[in-house]
Design a protein around this ligand. Structure first.
Ligand SMILES: Nc1ncnc2c1ncn2[C@@H]1O[C@H](COP(=O)(O)OP(=O)(O)OP(=O)(O)O)[C@@H](O)[C@H]1O
Ligand SMILES: [Mg+2]
Length: 306
């Protein structure tokens, strides 16, 4: 119980310091509304004002994993939707409905069989491999349920890893990685291997790694799925704050309908198709209420600190 309380308190403090950290580092706004310390090459700059992500009739067909079945699996069957800049969208649906496949295609980890994915107005699958890998590393931060950390590397090396593909000097990445770990309350684990950390700590390492390149779009595949309710809620609050306060677009797959209800919109997927969409909050309403909420969090955490 004590562990839970201290973990939760630590995360509230981390949340507040993360806000200060991101705010403090903001140096300029690019047309995408995304803060960046290193100028983006032209193919990564936004050509749209307020649409961060757009899918047009995306299909994904896999060969069946089972050689004996010899049939095709239609994982995505014509998915189309748009996500506005700064929106926090949840993707909900039964197991096997195509949620991870959808996220992998949006994150350019997998190519669609047909259809288009636009990020910042750019049809990403028209880009050559080098530019597509730029999109992956500079515009997108990916958070997986199973954390996907490399156990041979230290926590700090895991966080720094995606920065290798940016123009950031390695000394700067080192500093930023340590700052992120500090704000997430796990700087003391920087030299340890991920395998020695708790699930909540590993997920925070994965969040730090996803944020190292200041992504405009964060994709999270069941980021709270392996965490206890309280730690899961705090991890969720970190993602929500990124979207509410800093205009980061977040797309999160979740089975947790309570958390989904706190995002701006839920897209329900079934059998690779959009079944329905539920709007929970108007985006402008979210921005207004988040300013008040972050004030509350700041005052309650300073009360706790006293
Ligand atoms: N690499 C692959 N090869 C063959 N079939 C695949 C592959 N990846 C996914 N599938 C199939 O595509 C369908 C959608 O899978 P996906 O992993 O996207 O579902 P999901 O909604 O994320 O499920 P869960 O909630 O269990 O994570 C499933 O039938 C799955 O077996
Ligand atoms: Mg999945």
């Amino acid at each position: 119980m004590n562990d839970l309380i201290s973990d939760s308190t630590l995360l509230v403090i981390a949340l507040v310091t993360l806000l200060q950290f991101v705010n403090g580092r903001r140096r300029r706004e690019d047309p995408a509304g995304k803060e960046s310390h290193y100028p983006l090459p032209s193919h990564l700059q936004s050509t749209t004002v307020d649409v961060a992500l757009k899918l047009e009739n995306v299909k994904k067909v896999f060969d069946s994993r089972s050689a004996s079945a010899k049939k095709m699996v239609v994982a995505l069957d014509g998915v189309s939707f748009e996500v506005k800049r700064g929106e926090f969208v949840s993707i909900v649906g039964p197991s096997g409905s195509g949620k991870s496949t959808l996220l992998n295609v949006i994150g350019a980890l997998d190519r669609p069989t047909s259809g288009k994915v636009f990020i910042n107005g750019q049809d990403i699958f028209l880009l050559d491999d080098a530019r597509l890998s730029d999109v992956r590393s500079r515009l997108i931060g990916f958070i997986f349920q199973s954390y996907n950390l490399v156990n041979r590397m230290s926590v700090q090396e895991n966080v720094e890893f995606p920065a290798i593909f940016s123009e950031r000097p390695s000394s700067d990445s080192r500093t930023r990685a340590l700052e992120l770990l500090e704000t997430l309350g796990i700087k003391d684990k920087a030299k340890q291997k991920p395998v020695d950390l708790s699930g909540g700590e590993q997920q925070r390492v994965a969040i730090a790694r996803a944020l190292i390149n200041d992504p405009a779009l964060v994709l999270a595949d069941e980021p709270t799925g392996n965490l206890d309710t309280k730690t899961g809620r705090e991890v969720f609050n970190l993602l929500k704050m990124l979207s509410d306060r800093f205009g980061t677009t977040v797309v999160m797959v979740t089975h947790n309908l309570e958390l989904a209800g706190m995002t701006t919109r839920s897209i329900y997927i079934r059998d690779g198709r959009i079944e329905k969409e539920i709007l929970h909050k108007d985006l402008s309403e979210t921005k207004a209420s988040s300013a008040a909420a972050s004030k509350d969090i700041t005052s309650s955490s300073s009360e706790k600190a006293r």
